[in-house]
Design a protein around this ligand. Structure first.
Ligand SMILES: Nc1nc2c(ncn2[C@@H]2O[C@H](COP(=O)(O)OP(=O)(O)O)[C@@H](O)[C@H]2O)c(=O)[nH]1
Ligand SMILES: [Mg+2]
Length: 182
C-alpha cells in the first residue's frame, strides 16, 4: 500500500493544528505546550514539535500529514519534517497584520523544497478579514515565480481542508490522489 506525506506549515495561529485535526481519519497527535514569550498573546498553547494526522484515500493510499511548529526558533524541524514529502500546504491567516509578508517569508524558507515538490496555499480567517484578497495572494506567488493553487479555507472545516489537500494531490503525478471522501 502506498504511503505519502504532506507537510502543513505557516505562522503561529494560522490553523495548522486545527486543519490536521479536521481532516485526519485517525485521532490527530499534537505536541502542544504552554506558549512562551510573545506567542502567548496569540494563544495559550502552541505546537512545539509537530502535528500528525492520517488521511485515507479511496484507493487505499494513506497520506501522512505533518504540521510544523510555527515559531521561528523551531525552524530546524521544518527541514526534518519535509524530508521525502510530496508537497507543502502553506496556511496563512488573513487577519494578521501582514499576511502577504507572511506568505513571502514561508515561500523563502521552503524555497528549496517548493522547487522540487508541490505547493498549495490556504488562506484562513477570511471570515474575520476579507483583505487581502485571493488575487493578492496569486500576485505574490507570481512575483516569486511560483505557481500554486490558492483557496479560502476555514481550518476547522474538514471539507475546506480536504479540498486543499485534494488540489495538492491533483497537481501531483497521476498515480497518487485517489478520491478523498469530502
Ligand atoms: N475564525 C477562524 N478561526 C480559525 C480559522 N482557522 C483556524 N481557526 C482557529 O484558529 C486557532 C489557531 O489554530 P491552530 O490550528 O492552533 O493554529 P497553528 O498555530 O497554525 O497550529 C484555533 O482556535 C482554530 O480553531 C478560520 O478560518 N477562522
Ligand atoms: Mg499548532
Amino acid at each position: 500500500m502506498a504511503h505519502h506525506k504532506i507537510v502543513f506549515s505557516g505562522p503561529v495561529g494560522a490553523g495548522k493544528t486545527a486543519a490536521i485535526a479536521a481532516v485526519s481519519d485517525t485521532p490527530p497527535i499534537s505536541t502542544e505546550a504552554r506558549a512562551s514569550d510573545s506567542i502567548r498573546e496569540i494563544k495559550a498553547a502552541t505546537t512545539v514539535a509537530m502535528d500528525y494526522g492520517l488521511l485515507r484515500l479511496d484507493g487505499g493510499e494513506q497520506i501522512h500529514l505533518y504540521g510544523t511548529p510555527g515559531q521561528e526558533r523551531f525552524n530546524f524541524m521544518w527541514q526534518i519534517l519535509s524530508e521525502g514529502a510530496l508537497g507543502l500546504v502553506l496556511l496563512v491567516a488573513n487577519h494578521r497584520p501582514q499576511p502577504l509578508a507572511d506568505l513571502r517569508c514561508y515561500l523563502d524558507a521552503f524555497r528549496p523544497f517548493i522547487d522540487q515538490a508541490r505547493l498549495a496555499v490556504g488562506v484562513t480567517y477570511m471570515d474575520q478579514s476579507a483583505e487581502p484578497r485571493l488575487e493578492d495572494y496569486h500576485r505574490t506567488l507570481a512575483e516569486a515565480g511560483i505557481k500554486a493553487p490558492v483557496f479560502e479555507v476555514d481550518a476547522r472545516e474538514r471539507r475546506d481542508v480536504a479540498l486543499l489537500v485534494q488540489a495538492l494531490l491533483l497537481s501531483l503525478d497521476p498515480g497518487v490522489g485517489g478520491d478523498l471522501a469530502i
